[in-house]
Write a protein that binds this ligand. Structure first.
Ligand code: HEM
Length: 404
């Protein structure tokens, strides 16, 4: 039986609760509540196909309030539907889609290389966050001084690291959102007024001068949210890079295999993306009353698709809990079998426009980590993923010692 309300269960086991409950019931869906609101929870490839049907579901009003006050902000692309969504999404695909981010990747990779050449002790997650903050802000046309990097890196990281927290870190995330919105709105205002020299064609300039379907500029606050929708998630790639490091540290055979066969790197990072606990759930609302399996979903009713179990659906993957990069050799590429950054179509669904740059950076960083780190001589530390945290980063945030 599914619980009456699943909020506390999700707090206790955010990634696995939905899948475990589905397995117990013997279905890919169950009805329960989320923060007391009736919700149909979905898991698996077929359910994902249903969830991404834009004739059945919309996103307006689906994200919970606490995520709008932290991770997403208010008025961004995540809550749009139909033509307004497609139009705004085209902007994102133009900013960070295929072939648009080569300079950004190059700059970031050079900085990671330099980091791992300097002798000393490094907390990788924190160092990645600072490097990614510097390179994405530079590239986006909102460069930071050396002195600004630590605080801005913390501000952007708090937005995704503490968005799901239920203790004092929730306040940190809310405070970070307020500061980030204010800072980004200042950059948009600068670009519009010409007060500060803003590179024409840069991300900040493009967002500041972009017009909606009615020909209007975005409200300054919404433009700020969209600027942060480029900066924040780029910094969040740091967590995937730490998951890469944890995987290499705990799988010595994988390190050898990657050294022997660099072409394996793409399969390897896909397997990290498939298995890593990053975001737990995606939410949508029914446009009209509908049905999945035996569950009635009322008009405007909430559905939540789980990511962990969908990425491990037995109908799509053999031995889904086993870490096996070779599985990507024959992967069909079905966009509902792997949803770590959303599923379906990038232009018409809410699937992440940052998927290409995420993969490029993960591939390049994996090569550097393989070469530069002595995997047999890591400092003593706790490498267990913290499965209560979103993303489930290890407690020690991955420490390495670069020798003299
Ligand atoms: C750590 C790596 C990343 C992860 C785990 C991630 C994950 C996700 C997920 C789960 C979604 C929601 C999909 C849905 O609602 O159906 C999403 C959407 C989005 N992502 Fe990412 N993302 C990452 C990197 C990026 C990057 C690098 C960018 C941009 C530079 C980006 C920009 C966005 C935007 C703008 C959306 C909203 C798209 C829409 O509503 O149509 N993400 N991402």
């Amino acid at each position: 039986m599914a619980p009456f309300d699943s909020t506390l269960h999700l707090r206790r086991d955010p990634y696995r609760f939905v899948g475990k409950t589905c397995a117990k019931i013997g279905s890919d869906a169950f009805k329960s509540r989320l923060m007391l609101e009736p919700t149909v929870f979905l898991s698996g490839v077929e359910a994902a196909r249903f969830f991404y049907d834009t004739t059945v579901f919309k996103r307006h009003g689906a994200a919970p309030g606490f995520l709008k006050k932290t991770l997403f902000g208010e008025g961004g692309v995540q809550g749009l539907d139909d033509a307004a969504h497609r139009h705004r999404k085209a902007l994102f695909l133009d900013l960070v889609g295929p072939g648009r981010t080569d300079d950004l990747t190059r700059q970031t990779v050079a900085a990671i290389n330099a980091l791992l050449r300097k002798p000393g002790r490094i907390v990788l997650q924190d160092a990645f966050e600072r490097i990614l903050t510097r390179s994405v802000c530079d590239w986006a046309g909102t460069p930071l001084t050396d002195g600004e990097i630590p605080a801005h890196s913390r501000m952007l990281s708090h937005l995704f690291e503490h968005a799901g927290a239920v203790d004092h870190r929730q306040l940190l995330a809310r405070w970070a959102r307020k500061r980030a919105d204010r800072w980004a709105a200042g950059r948009i205002a600068d670009a519009r007024s010409g007060r500060a020299a803003t590179r024409t064609g840069s991300v900040v300039h493009r967002i500041a001068t972009w017009r909606d379907l009615e020909g209007n500029l975005l409200d300054e606050h919404v433009a700020a949210v969209e600027l942060l929708n480029v900066l924040r998630p780029f910094v969040a790639i740091s967590a995937f890079l730490t998951f890469v490091a944890v995987t290499l540290a705990t799988r010595p055979l994988e390190v050898s295999a990657l050294r022997l066969d660099p072409a394996r790197t793409m399969w390897f990072i896909q397997e990290v993306r498939r298995t890593a606990p990053f975001f737990p759930l995606l939410a949508a609302r029914a446009r009209a009353a509908t049905q999945w399996r035996k569950h009635h979903i009322a008009a405007n009713g909430l559905v939540a698709l789980e990511i962990w179990g969908t990425n491990r659906d037995h109908t799509a993957w053999n031995d889904p809990d086993v870490f096996r990069p070779e599985r990507f050799k024959d992967w069909s590429g079905d966009p509902f079998t792997m949803v770590p950054q959303g599923g379906g179509d990038h232009a018409n669904n809410h699937r992440c426009p940052g998927e290409w740059v995420t993969q490029d950076l993960m591939v390049a960083a994996t090569r550097i980590l393989i070469e530069r780190i002595d995997w047999r001589a890591l400092p003593d530390q706790n490498l267990d993923l913290n499965m209560f945290k979103l993303p489930a980063l290890p407690k020690d945030r991955f420490i390495v010692e670069v020798p003299n």
